[in-house]
Design a protein around this ligand. Structure first.
Ligand code: ARG
Length: 474
């Protein structure tokens, strides 16, 4: 069979950097199927930084001379400028970002470019690029998280004493300060920031130098590359270095958890904005309308954050599934790690940005919050605490207050507001005039003690601590 038969592109083996042993050029469908440059071009700037560091190392180790280094560095800078200005043309025939850049370098820098890939394989190159991308993403995400936390603190400060119903089972449970509810998200996000910071520490190991899987016989020094690129340590095992993607699993787990936190808060914003709740409104600039119902003002931004949980959790599941059962070391399956990683990163960064706008823009309807808190016996537990303080065993107090609730509901009431001392005493003689002091939810929340309790005093304590955390991480 003539090799020309399958030679369905004018280009062909000569354009492939790995084309030496190939007699036929790549099938068009296979080329399109395996190309990754349309998404891994996202790594271009990291790839260039890496190549500059690698070339510097090669020169320091005597594997290329100073003139060669100079023309490689100059060529890479030109490519970078062309990418920045949008002039660089990425070609799918050259498969991926690495080969696109190297091919272009050969055009600009000539024979010296052919030495750049000394003691390097795309296997250690790609995972190094990806680690650089993720380390950079972690910094940006932590910055976004800090801004959201600052927004939550701003609102919590404004509403440290505003009472609202706290819920369990989405049923009104106990009065809480709105600031306390908002600060709950501050602490969730604090753990998120910690998770990102943690995974960045663990991934701070340079894989470059592992080459395809076994390292190199040439006298190289990965320590130089680590120094140039800001990696703390060098991989202990070349096979682990090229096969490892658990740094990405950790990162995507942190992304998924953070996204779930934002989604839970957004779900609350959506419910609170409904006519039924009417707890909050958002500025027109953050809402959207309906194409048919002129009266509508919808919380689409919050819904989209909630909805994008699917993409981010999906990214994590996608990567775990790709890795499951994968033998050492590099397999082309690993090319599938990038799109979920990029998509999750962009989703998280944009979600953080608009979520901060929602938090800052939220206008809480304090009258409606107070009204809802006064309706539905939210002070029932405060009354059991009152009786415990008077020496009654808790289980007994539960029954006493339960009977009081029944009395009230039987009389068609939804709170104890018009109960007299006689009404209270009908169930227990432990009641005195001072019971009226805790009936008002605003007073009830003030009676709470202890660290982390839903009281204005504790909200103030939390805000103080939060401010210190934010100042430390500026
Ligand atoms: N584009 C590839 C990836 O993203 C680069 C590594 C290719 N290595 C190979 N041996 N084919 O994984």
């Amino acid at each position: 069979m003539s090799k020309k038969k399958t030679d369905n592109r004018k280009t062909g083996e000569s354009t492939k950097l790995w084309g030496g042993r190939f007699e036929e050029s790549t099938n068009r469908a296979v080329e399109a199927f395996s190309a990754s440059v349309h998404f891994d071009c996202e790594l271009a700037l990291f790839d260039i930084m890496q190549s500059k560091a690698h070339a510097t190392m090669l020169c320091e180790c005597g594997l290329i001379n100073k003139t060669e280094l100079k023309s490689i560095l100059k060529g890479l800078d030109t490519i970078r400028a062309d990418i920045d200005s949008g002039e660089f043309v990425f070609s799918p025939a050259l498969e991926d970002v690495h080969m696109n850049i190297e091919s272009r370098l050969a055009q600009i820098a000539g024979p010296a470019a052919g030495k750049l890939h000394t003691a390097r394989s795309r296997n250690d190159q790609v995972v190094t690029d990806l680690k650089m991308y993720i380390k950079h993403a972690v910094e940006k995400i932590i910055g976004g998280v800090r801004d959201v936390q600052a927004a939550l603190v701003e609102q919590a400060r404004r509403h440290e004493s505003t009472v609202m119903p706290g819920y369990t089972h989405l049923q009104r449970a106990q009065a809480v300060p709105l600031g306390h509810h908002l600060m709950a998200y501050f602490w969730m996000l604090e753990r998120d920031a910690g998770r990102f910071a943690d995974c960045a520490v663990r991934m701070d190991t340079l894989p470059l130098g592992a080459c395809a899987l076994a390292g190199s016989a040439l006298k190289t020094d990965p320590g130089i590359v680590a120094r140039e690129l800001g990696f703390k340590s060098i991989a202990e095992n070349s096979m682990d270095a090229v096969a490892d993607r658990d740094f990405l699993v950790e990162y995507l787990s942190a992304c998924a958890i953070l996204m779930i936190h934002l989604g839970r808060s957004c779900e609350e914003f959506i419910i609170w904005m409904s006519t039924e709740f009417d707890f909050v409104t958002f500025p027109d600039s953050l809402c959207t309308g309906s194409s048919i119902m002129p009266q509508k003002k919808n919380p689409d931004v919050a819904e989209l954050i909630r909805g994008r949980n699917g993409r981010v959790t999906g990214a994590l599941v996608s990567l775990l599934t790709t890795l499951k059962g994968l033998p050492l070391t590099y397999n082309r399956d690993l090319q599938e790690d990038k799109e979920p990683a990029f998509d999750a990163t962009k989703t998280i960064l944009t979600s953080l940005e608009v979520y901060a706008l929602l938090v800052r823009g939220a206008a809480f309807n304090t009258a409606r919050l107070a009204e809802s808190t006064a309706d539905g016996f939210l002070n029932a537990v405060d009354i059991t605490d009152y009786l415990v303080k008077k020496g009654m065993p808790f289980r007994e107090t539960h029954h006493v207050v339960g009977r009081l609730v029944k009395r009230a509901t039987d009389a068609g009431r939804r709170n104890f507001n018009d109960f007299t001392l006689k009404d209270f005493r009908a169930e227990s003689d432990k009641f005195d005039e001072d019971v009226f002091k805790i009936l008002d939810p605003a007073k009830g929340v003030k009676s709470r003690r202890g660290r982390g309790a839903a009281s204005p005093a504790d909200v103030r304590r939390q805000i103080k601590k939060a401010e210190k955390i934010l100042a430390r991480n500026k």
